[in-house]
Write a protein that binds this ligand. Structure first.
Ligand SMILES: [Zn+2]
Ligand SMILES: [Zn+2]
Length: 341
């Protein structure tokens, strides 16, 4: 193609054009520059963050192609890229600068110049996606393409596991039955937990959790969580609401860990007992995004050690996406994966 001007082709993309407004549009198919590649999107998970952005509850640039949990097949590479056309890759959407004080100290999640595909740059809800080569992770070809939509959320959960520093034989509670809760159940099982209790309102989700390795479940609408559970070693809060944060603190033993993966809205304040922190010595730790875990997440998915199909409730086409994102998720549904068609 050198010397000739590239022929402009168009692709389908779902664009956020204003708060509350998603439109399926034809936009130019990206072409990679130096150190960039283009992938054909094969799977992109719909995340709570996408819904928050759509409602204007989370800042994002506009117009923008949303979707940050994705992967696909390499279709074009720029100069300096080691991937080959046809490679399957998962994408780490979080682009760090590598030069700010936080990056240089290894705290890349807090990069002062953090950009994210699907949040500040065009992301995965399109037929093709342009990426810097730093964001792509090679995945073996035997991986089910739909599972590429789960690598990023798994990477966030693995980060949480890193911070929880679990030891074998521990008793674990998981508060929240969304896709991250279901992934944490499986990671806790792989980490050797002796007991894994999943707490969630929807029966269909409790049933899936039992299939994936939970040893018991609790319905918080009919059962008293804090009366049933005491002295858990590690509690994972993955619901992102203040009530579950309280429960997590109450059911965790002194010196135990409350690992917070769920993000409650910024304006939501949670009354908090300093007694729990000082006298009971709870380790309350927030886990944000996926620093240094994307490669391990891809490896783990490729290993086949996780049961992912029960987590995927349905696939959604790009055409269907605006209506699906505007509506509330169906009862008992866990994860929706957008495909590139
Ligand atoms: Zn997400
Ligand atoms: Zn930085």
């Amino acid at each position: 193609m050198k010397g000739t001007s590239p022929i402009l082709t168009f692709m389908k993309a779902v664009l956020l054009t204003a708060v509350g407004k998603l439109e399926v549009k034809e936009i130019p198919t990206p072409t990679p520059g130096k150190d960039e590649l283009v992938i054909k999107m094969l799977a992109c998970g719909i995340c709570g963050t996408d819904r928050h952005i759509l409602k204007g509850e989370h800042p994002a640039k506009m117009p923008l192609v949303l979707g940050h949990e994705f992967g696909g097949e390499v279709t074009a590479i720029g100069e300096g890229v080691n991937f080959k056309v046809g490679d399957l890759v998962s994408v780490d959407p979080n682009i760090v600068c590598g030069t700010c004080d936080h990056c240089k100290a290894g705290r890349t999640a807090h990069c002062r110049n953090l950009e994210a595909l699907g949040v500040t740059l065009n992301g995965g809800f399109a037929e093709y996606v342009l990426l810097p080569k730093t964001q792509a992770y090679l995945v073996p070809k035997n991986v089910n393409p739909l599972h590429l939509g789960l690598v990023e959320p798994l990477a966030c959960c693995i980060r949480g596991m890193d911070l929880a520093e679990m030891k074998g034989g521990e008793r674990v509670a998981v508060l929240g039955g969304g896709s991250m809760g279901m992934l944490v159940v499986q990671l806790a099982k792989l980490a050797g937990a002796s007991e894994i209790v999943l707490i969630t309102r929807q029966k269909a989700r409790r049933d899936v959790a039992m299939l994936l390795g939970a040893t018991s479940t609790i319905d918080p609408t009919t059962e008293d969580v804090t009366a049933i559970l005491k002295d858990m070693d590690v509690s994972f809060e993955v619901a992102g609401v203040s009530e579950t944060f309280h429960q997590a603190c109450a059911i965790t033993r002194s010196g135990g860990t409350v690992l917070v993966l769920g993000v409650a809205p910024n304006h939501e304040k949670v009354p908090f007992s300093v007694y729990d922190l000082v006298i009971r010595g709870l380790r309350i730790i927030g886990s944000y995004i996926n620093p240094f875990t994307q490669a391990r997440a891809a490896e783990l998915i490729a290993s086949g050690k996780l049961n992912l199909d029960p987590i995927i409730s349905r696939t959604v086409s790009l055409e269907e996406l605006p209506a699906v994102l505007a509506a509330d998720p169906g009862q008992g549904d866990i994860k929706y994966i957008v495909t590139g068609d």
